[in-house]
Design a protein around this ligand. Structure first.
Ligand SMILES: Cc1ncc(COP(=O)(O)O)c(C=O)c1O
Length: 422
């Protein structure tokens, strides 16, 4: 395995940690060290590791069907599509895939077919998975990124063809005037604008930013895609579109909706989604190709449906968000006590800390923060029994409880003290 890992996100300096098992809020490494888990598999495990109802649903599904896959339509697909139709405002129709990457890829292809246009626009610093058209300006070096109000398309991966960069327009987050200007300038070629409504899961949009994006895309026949792979079922059952009251044309979902098993979902307005349908009079050349051997895996959908049932219960979100609020509050106090210039930013159960005295409203503000201090702080957390993916978003779950908070507070106190000394 190049680098000893199967996904680059799993690597961090000085070395990643090999984990062995996990239960509830705790994860254990191969040396039997125990950690409170604030990484939660990079977000999906909103109920914690191995929630009994999720494990039971997986077992039951396997026992009842006697197989892992049916390779044909089955009832859990309809059940989940119906759930999404009721919970997520734009999700009139749904298709399942196996990762977030596939969800955004297919949503963008659909937008091209629907509008008969080629280019897509994405926001600087936003991540939509590992495929070509969105592997652009995810973490561009600031000296290559161009003006604040007119970011350049910068490759985020070796191997990207130039035509990808030529066909991906990059927009500045939280700058409505500039985003609108760039969108209007490219309106005849733009098929879609894709956005993480809450950037990297933690940085919220300014008031009315999403509304202005909705207006300008609608006016110019451009498909608006919300990538809710992070925000979906973390900001609430209806995701960011319900939270901010702005309905996109298409949504990409993943992480939480698979209950901890691999999933991606793209959903949206029937008028657009119907472009994939083999039923009816659309010719092959007019139809959007979408397929996949493992799409709609029943084991995954059983885990996802069990997760949604618990999320619907009174008090579930309140608890998960309360834990996050407590940690955020404690972090802020600890940074203040140690006179560290730091911000703790996030909504619901996703947040980050950034070592900066400046305002944080977009990728460039994040990139200017002291990333070395953040790495120091996160490694201190790990060394004090709190598992995080250094430099990335922290997550909380239903499984976190007061003893976890106590351990987290102690670690945050020590980590802040030691980071101040570095
Ligand atoms: C906002 C967002 N979009 C897309 C993806 C890609 O999802 P996956 O890793 O399942 O391909 C991620 C993954 O972290 C994400 O956070």
């Amino acid at each position: 395995m190049p680098g000893g890992i199967t996904a680059n996100i799993k690597f961090f300096e000085p070395h990643p940690i090999f984990m062995k098992k996990a239960k509830g809020s705790r994860i254990y490494d191969v040396d039997d060290n125990e950690y409170v888990d604030l990484c939660l598999c990079l977000g999906p495990l909103i109920l914690g590791h191995g929630h009994p109802a999720v494990i039971e649903a997986i077992k039951k599904q396997l026992e009842n069907s006697g197989t892992t896959m049916l390779g044909t339509p089955h009832e859990l697909e309809s059940k989940m599509a119906n759930e999404l139709r009721h919970l997520v405002p734009c999700a009139e129709m749904t298709r399942f895939v196996n990762s977030g990457l596939e969800a955004t890829l297919h949503a963008l292809r659909l937008a091209r077919a629907y509008t008969h246009k080629t280019k897509i626009a994405k926001f600087e610093g936003h991540y939509h998975g590992a495929h070509d058209y969105v592997a652009v300006s995810v973490s561009p070096p600031l000296n290559l990124a161009g003006p604040d109000s007119a970011p350049l398309a910068v490759s985020n991966s070796a191997g990207l063809p130039q035509f990808v960069l030529d066909n991906t327009v990059v927009l500045p987050f939280n700058d409505s005037a500039s985003a609108e200007r760039i969108i209007e300038k490219n309106k005849d070629e733009l098929a879609a604008v894709i956005i993480e409504p809450v950037a990297r899961g933690f940085l919220p949009p300014d008031k009315d930013f999403l509304k202005s994006l909705r207006t300008v895309t609608k006016e110019n026949n451009i498909v608006l895609i919300f990538d809710e792979i992070m925000t979906g079922f973390r900001l609430g059952l209806g995701g960011a579109q319900e939270y901010f009251g702005v309905t996109p044309d298409l949504v990409a979902l993943g992480k939480v909706v698979g209950g901890g098993l691999p999933i991606g979902v793209f959903a949206g307005k029937s008028e657009i989604m119907e472009y994939m349908s083999p039923v009816g009079s659309r010719s092959i050349s007019d139809r959007v190709f979408h397929s996949g051997t493992f799409n709609g895996c029943p084991t995954v959908l059983a885990a996802g449906l069990a997760t949604l049932e618990i999320l619907k219960k009174n008090g579930t979100y309140e608890h998960i968000n309360w834990v996050a609020d407590e940690v955020k509050k404690y972090m802020r106090d600890a940074f203040e006590d140690e006179r560290l210039d730091a911000k703790v930013i996030g909504l619901a159960s996703m947040f980050q800390c950034l070592f900066t005295s400046g305002n944080v409203r977009n990728y460039r503000d994040i990139a200017r923060a002291d990333s070395k201090k953040r790495m120091d702080f996160d490694l201190e957390l790990i060394n004090n029994g709190i598992y995080v993916r250094p430099g990335r978003t922290y997550y909380t779950s239903l499984a976190h409880s007061k003893p976890d908070l106590k351990k987290t507070f102690e670690a945050v106190g020590v980590a802040a003290k030691n980071t101040a000394k570095h």
